[in-house]
Ligand binder design. Structure first.
Ligand SMILES: [Zn+2]
Length: 200
């Protein structure tokens, strides 16, 4: 219990993105900005987690301030939603560089040539559907062409394609690893990738 409590306390004020798992319904009920799906409480917005230990309620509060309209050169966050071709994925852009959620979604496309410095035959060697990415917009008009080679861009959160658990970055090692099933997967990882394995 106390170990889990420590884990939960670490969640307080941490930044989460839509769909991210926070806890299970037996621990906290969902309040503002959160929802429950199959017993798991997830964030519905980009924001910071607030745990109310008295009422056993978890809320996700959006950072204040309005996001600007995305334009060429903007850094944005998006979710990879579909593989369109071997070399192209569809991205739903949802927040600006400070993780302020846009009103509505913008459509983005990420081509393998904009995703990897190394020759990659498939875009799936770099990103996969379900990944949350930080990207730079390279064209002027919506729908946006995205680039994850520039700056500190890349995947900021990825889930195991076999079992759906988070993939962890192990400092000093290359592939991401699933702590649940042991699967190893490659991504183009951004600075600030959120799942990092602590300890040795
Ligand atoms: Zn797994």
């Amino acid at each position: 219990m106390s170990e889990r409590r420590q884990e939960l306390e670490k969640l307080h004020r941490s930044l989460v993105v839509p769909g991210e798992e926070i806890c299970v319904i037996e621990e906290f009920v969902p309040g503002e900005g959160a929802y429950v799906l199959n017993g798991v409480v997830r964030s519905g917005v980009v924001g910071r987690v607030f745990l109310d230990w008295i009422q056993r309620r978890v809320s996700v509060i959006n950072p204040v301030g309005k996001p600007r309209i995305p334009r060429r050169g903007s850094t944005v966050y998006g979710v990879v939603t579909a593989l369109l071709r071997e070399d192209l994925v569809l991205v739903k852009v949802f927040a600006d560089e400070r993780l302020r959620r846009y009103n509505g979604m913008y459509t983005g496309f990420l081509h393998v040539s904009q995703a990897s410095d190394k020759p990659a035959r498939s875009i799936l060697e770099v990103v996969k559907p379900g990944d949350v990415i930080r990207a730079r917009i390279v064209n002027a008009k919506h729908p946006f062409q995205l680039n994850i080679k520039l700056g500190n861009s890349g995947v900021v959160a990825a889930l195991c394609s076999k079992c759906g658990a988070p993939l962890y970055r192990v400092p000093g090692q290359q592939p991401l690893v699933c702590l649940r099933c042991g699967s190893k997967e490659n991504r183009k990882i951004a600075t600030g990738y959120i799942y990092v394995k602590k300890g040795r």
